[in-house]
Design a protein. Structure first.
Length: 564
């Protein structure tokens, strides 16, 4: 089954990822799209992604602002890894997940003195830099000028690949190798990278210029690789068949290798591996030593050294990035575990306290104490249930189940549910509903949870305050496109420097009393509906949270002034 993904690299939902499995999916702003992007410049039904003839295909659906692929407007186009799709103000990066192909490279044992004697050209590890300096100077003739320009173009193409964030290191090295073979005129090539744990060379990419040359394994002379690793120099071998120094039994002749070049891959601080290419002799020409002209020259060796440096930097940067991501992931996991452990511990302490009251009540036959203990246990059961539900909501993308319903009725349900809690905290809970509010489309369970989290947050903010008031209001936009629910309180308000972070995961203004999950969950649910939570708050003047979403799935989110 084909697999790919789209990553939002620019836009309001930067960092969001969509997985593709080959099924046809629609892309747009509307709620019914499998890939839904909350960008007001995207059409409701903007484009469609399908899989045909072994490739993912992107097709525009007569969108208002068009669909662009790598900067060009398209009607329909096949996608390849690294393509950037621009719709509206949003850019998505396409990456196809392919099954890893087995790479087989044999480092063929050989007598070091015999094989090493064939070396006819060498370059130092800094030859890549020297090549660029020579290319920048005025060449001595037109031929050399053309070669210099071609080399610079090649290095530019490879540099573009190296800075691409869409490719795995294996894919990147494969592209570099494919490009290299065409540039230097070699028949085969491989990239051998040193494993940071074992120090052993591992093949990361193998390429053949012609499909008929593909073998079950690719032989590489061990003496050449060893020389490059030990000396830190790139080498070019002679035509082994025409060199009288070599007997027919030498490995490089026996394996059909005619000429070879191998260069180190020097990173900033260590040698990352080697880049190897060679030319081969067709079987029918093995008996004719002078039948094929020499292909590889010192110019190609210098160019290969420059490419080896670029490949090394790519491997090194990939390892640094992987280490950084791993460290960030471990830090995030540790923080999550620590915070959740703290909240679960508090909840369990509440359960234990309630159980203690129940136990004493049973022993003393005290019904009032038993009821009091059960009330504590029940309240903490609800807390752990809400915590788990919030975590599940945050952990995955979900398609809201849109059904026609009454917004006023939903608000009344939350009002009735929280009335007991408000009375316990001595906070007045009020209703201010618009009588003629029309039926709207929304996910009943989702909006209920989003509103409940905001109301709980407001009650907690007023806990301990005299004459605290929380009011639930409903309304709609003047054109009827959107509906809204507002939760207003006369509490302490929210400092301006905390407003931007209040919807972040594990950000809480309530200290140990809050998990920092509720508002993040509510915002996520509203965005799944194509809406938003708008906030107005000032210190000592209370806060107002407005949950706004389109009244029907074709509506567009637009900002509304807060009510007075």
């Amino acid at each position: 089954m084909p697999k790919a993904n789209l990553l939002v690299i620019r836009g309001v939902e930067q960092g969001k990822r969509f997985e593709l499995d080959g099924s046809e999916v629609s892309v747009g702003r509307g709620v019914r799209n499998q890939i839904r992007v909350l960008d007001t410049e995207i059409s409701r039904q903007h484009a469609v992604l399908s899989y045909s003839d072994g490739a993912f295909v992107l097709t525009d659906r007569n969108s208002s602002n068009g669909t662009f692929l790598n900067g060009l407007s398209i009607a329909s186009h096949r996608l390849t890894t690294g393509d950037q799709i621009q719709i509206g103000r949003t850019t998505l990066l396409f990456t196809e997940e392919s099954e890893p192909k087995p790479i087989s490279v044999d480092i063929v044992p050989s007598h070091h003195d015999q094989d090493a004697s064939q070396i006819v050209g060498k370059v130092g590890h800094d030859e890549g830099r020297r090549l660029l300096e020579r290319s920048a100077r005025e060449p001595s003739d037109a031929s050399r000028a053309n070669r210099s320009i071609a080399s610079l173009r090649l290095l530019y193409r490879i540099s573009e690949e190296v800075v691409s964030s869409s490719l795995s290191i294996e894919q990147l090295l494969q592209r570099i190798l494919d490009t290299t073979l065409e540039a230097v005129g070699a028949d085969r090539g491989c990239v051998l990278v040193t494993d940071p744990q074992t120090g052993e060379l591992e093949p990361k990419a193998v390429a053949y210029r012609h499909s008929g040359q593909r073998l079950d394994r690719m032989p590489v002379s061990s003496s050449i690789v060893d020389y490059v690793l030990k000396k830190g120099q790139g080498v070019r071998t002679s035509d082994a068949r025409a060199d009288s120094r070599f007997a027919s039994g030498i490995s490089i002749v026996r394996e059909g290798i005619r000429e070879a070049m191998c260069v180190p891959m020097p990173g900033r601080y260590e040698l990352m591996g080697v880049l190897y290419v060679d030319t081969t002799t067709p079987p029918d020409l093995l008996a004719e030593p002078n039948s094929v002209a020499t292909k590889l020259t010192d110019d190609e060796l210098s160019l290969l050294a420059a490419i080896g440096r670029q490949a090394a930097l790519a491997v090194e940067d990939h390892r640094y990035q992987a280490a950084f991501v791993k460290a960030e992931r471990l830090a995030a996991v540790g923080q999550t575990i620590a915070i959740l452990s703290h909240h679960i511990k508090n909840i369990l302490q509440g359960v234990r306290g309630g159980s203690y009251l129940i136990d004493n009540g049973l022993r003393d036959d005290d019904i009032e104490m038993i009821e009091q203990g059960w009330s504590v246990v029940d309240r903490n059961q609800n807390r752990i249930f809400d915590l788990v539900n919030d975590l599940l909501t945050l952990s995955k993308e979900r398609q809201p189940k849109l059904e026609p319903g009454s917004v006023n009725e939903l608000v009344r349900e939350v009002f009735d549910l929280m009335r007991g809690r408000s009375e316990e905290l001595q906070i007045e809970l009020r209703l201010a509903l618009v009588d003629d509010l029309p039926t709207a489309m929304f996910d009943q369970e989702g909006i209920h949870r989003a509103l409940l989290n905001v109301v709980v947050n407001a009650l907690d903010a007023l806990n301990g305050q005299e004459k605290g008031i929380v009011e639930l209001r409903t309304g709609q936009s003047a054109d009827g496109v959107e509906v809204w629910i507002e939760v207003a309180d006369n509490g302490p308000g929210i400092p301006e420097d905390q407003l931007d972070a209040m919807f972040n995961f594990f950000e809480s203004t309530k200290g140990s009393a809050g998990t920092g999950i509720g508002l993040a969950v509510s915002q996520k649910i509203l965005r799944e509906h194509g809406g938003e939570i708008d906030v107005e708050s000032q210190p000592n003047r209370g806060s107002r949270f407005r949950l706004i979403w389109p009244a029907n799935e074709d509506g567009a989110r637009r900002s509304l002034p807060m009510s007075g």
